[in-house]
Design a protein around this ligand. Structure first.
Ligand SMILES: C[S@@+](CC[C@H](N)C(=O)[O-])C[C@H]1O[C@@H](n2cnc3c(N)ncnc32)[C@H](O)[C@@H]1O
Length: 241
């Protein structure tokens, strides 16, 4: 895929020709770092897309874990290349993709999604982001059991997450981490009540405010009045045994 940056931004497949308001853009000869002109003479810079660029093109089904929350997993657990992760439920696959982008090229993410329609969305997104060699998708109900062992990280963003927390503990390596995402405090409480074997337990909520920056010199810079505030609570625990 290429990102074409000009008056507008386009994400296009290599070898594609697209029809736009700026005329036809033919990317067959495009090279990252070079510019390309549309048939109406508009210039676009060709870049390689990053994962956040790709996620904008991904399909969405169930509510995703947002970047402001996903990045906390890196901060708390230190997830890095080579880690073996399990992510349930898979939902739209956004968290699995976020983790895959960090643990690649030697790590792995196994995503469990119970519903076939959502598993199909994840499959589509894995293919689009070219993560098929890192993410293994299982269209299964994880409450019925899972066989993955020696994991560095387990992330749970699903109903009844507390029911598999004891099994999650057994499946982690010493030093491995569990992260439970709970939209409601009642779910968070049930998760913590099941985390008796874990150490370093903490629950966080991330509030991110974007600011309206005024460069006019008039002094009108202020936080934007609206934004996404509460999304979910994230509860972390570490296997120290
Ligand atoms: C909120 S979504 C997860 C979104 C995901 N974290 C993302 O970033 O795209 C929750 C998902 O968990 C799935 N789920 C619920 N219970 C499950 C189970 N027992 N096994 C596997 N998946 C389950 C649901 O079908 C739903 O797709």
């Amino acid at each position: 895929m290429f990102l074409l940056v000009g008056e507008r931004i386009f994400l296009v497949r290599e070898g594609e020709k697209i029809n736009t308001q700026y005329g036809i853009i033919d990317v067959r000869k495009a090279k990252p770092g070079k510019t390309i002109k549309s048939s109406l003479g508009k210039t676009f810079l060709v870049m390689e897309p990053s994962l956040p660029d790709m996620l904008k093109k991904c399909k969405r089904g169930p509510q995703i874990i947002m970047p402001k929350d996903a990045c906390q997993i890196v901060a708390v657990t230190g997830v890095c290349p080579g880690w073996r992760c399990l992510d349930a439920g898979g939902g739209s696959g956004f968290l699995s993709l976020f983790l895959a982008n960090i643990v690649k090229p030697t790590g792995a993410v196994t995503a469990y999604e119970r519903e076939k329609c959502f598993a199909d969305i994840i499959k589509h997104n894995i293919k689009l982001c070219d993560m098929g060699n890192i993410i293994k998708l299982k269209n299964k109900d994880i409450l019925k059991g899972f066989s993955e062992k020696n994991l560095n990280l387990i992330t749970l963003d699903m109903k009844d997450a507390e029911k598999i927390i004891p099994k999650a503990f057994k499946s982690l390596k010493t030093g491995g981490w569990l992260c439970v995402y709970s939209p409601h405090i009642e779910q968070q409480k049930r998760a913590v009540a099941s985390m008796g074997q874990f150490s370093e337990i903490k629950t966080i909520e991330t509030i991110q405010r974007e600011w309206q920056v005024d460069n006019s010199g008039e002094g009108y810079t202020h936080p934007k009045p609206s934004g996404i505030l509460h999304t979910g609570f994230m509860t972390f625990g570490r296997k120290v045994r």
